[in-house]
Design a protein around this ligand. Structure first.
Ligand SMILES: [Fe+2]
Length: 340
């Protein structure tokens, strides 16, 4: 597994690819030990080189399975997480010792498949509960999960999480309300939120604080991934407002935001953070992403400098890149490390 690349979606096993040839080798099942679905957002801990992942399904309990792959590529046992409803769980987060799960009420409703008045089979139940789960990374029992009840919301993507003494801090893009089938509506544009979970609390109501980091809406939050699972000062996201597309940098030490505004209604997808090879600071690097120009029906690659959010380059592409895609930066060294 180390030195291999996966193309991911959340309904089944990873597809093993040769990244620089766009060649598919086939499904990757960790020597037939993966018997359930696999998230599109596994986390690699840069310190231990473990890959931590989950997979959800809509049919059978446990609705979520969780596992850790060690740095040699060996998958540990899958741990069942017993939710009492089938939900869409798109992303999660890790800290040095814990994995953080989001049990949010975007619920699979089989009946909707046969109901023409419904837009699709996932339904956001605004009156249902929402909670954040904390499980020791190497737990072998999903019942060890500690659940923190939060205000109902939805979240596609987390930014990062870390431990701070007896607390866990979790940053994510939070939707106040949610309609999977009307994502362009302003009402549903998410904001970066901080959750602070108090691990000292016990009983039914575990203590959690919730705070909006900034009123600027953002999706696709990213960090300098060398800090995955430990404290990161800077987070970046894209603001998909109808009136203007922008890329936003959050500094949680100073509560400042820096915005690069494209001053137009053209949209973009995720902007990925690429560290400078000799970086001395967390934000020494670039943000790279796609922007779609509707009038030309064409896309361009945009490069911003992350420390001051200034535009460095715009590269025209010969064809449109579909909206909504995540990105991934691979170095030549990483590509050369691929196993045959
Ligand atoms: Fe995603």
């Amino acid at each position: 597994m180390p030195g291999n690349f996966f193309a991911l979606m959340e309904a089944q096993a990873p597809y093993w690819i040769v990244a620089d040839q766009l060649k598919t080798k086939g499904r990757y099942t960790f020597d037939d030990t993966l018997t359930h679905s696999f998230t599109a957002h596994p986390k690699v801990d840069p310190r231990t080189e473990e890959m931590i992942f989950f997979g959800y399904n809509m049919e059978t309990k446990p609705f979520v399975n969780y596992a850790v792959v060690d740095k040699y590529g060996k998958k540990g046992p899958s741990v069942g997480i017993n939710l009492d409803r089938p939900i869409m769980m798109h992303d999660f987060a890790i800290t040095e010792n814990y994995s953080i799960f989001l049990d949010l009420p975007l619920i699979f409703n089989k009946k909707n498949i046969f109901d023409k008045s419904k837009a699709g089979f996932f339904e956001f139940k605004a009156n249902s509960y929402a909670r954040i789960g904390v499980l020791p990374r190497h737990s072998k029992d999903g019942n060890e999960m500690r659940w923190f009840k939060i205000k109902t919301c939805y979240c596609f993507h987390t930014a990062n999480a870390w431990e701070d003494g007896d607390f866990i801090e979790l940053y994510l893009a939070r939707y106040e309300d949610f309609d999977l089938y009307a994502l362009d509506e302003a009402l549903h544009i998410p904001k970066l939120y901080r959750y602070r979970l108090d691990l000292r609390t016990e009983g039914v109501e575990l203590a959690v604080e919730e705070k909006e980091v900034s009123p600027i809406p953002v999706e696709f939050p990213v960090i300098n991934e060398s800090l995955m699972g430990i404290r990161s000062r800077f987070m970046y996201g894209v603001s998909l407002r109808k009136e203007s597309f922008s890329v936003v940098k959050f500094d949680i030490d100073t509560n400042q935001t820096l915005v690069y505004d494209f001053a137009g209604t053209d949209l973009g997808g995720e902007f990925v953070f690429i560290p400078h090879p000799n970086a001395r600071t967390e934000d020494d690097g670039w943000l790279i992403g796609f922007r779609y120009i509707e009038a030309k029906d064409a896309s361009e690659v945009v490069i911003l400098k992350a420390n001051d959010m200034t535009l460095q380059a715009v590269l025209d592409l010969p064809q449109r890149v579909p909206q909504g895609f995540h990105g991934r930066w691979l170095t030549r060294q990483m590509l050369n490390s691929q196993t045959a």
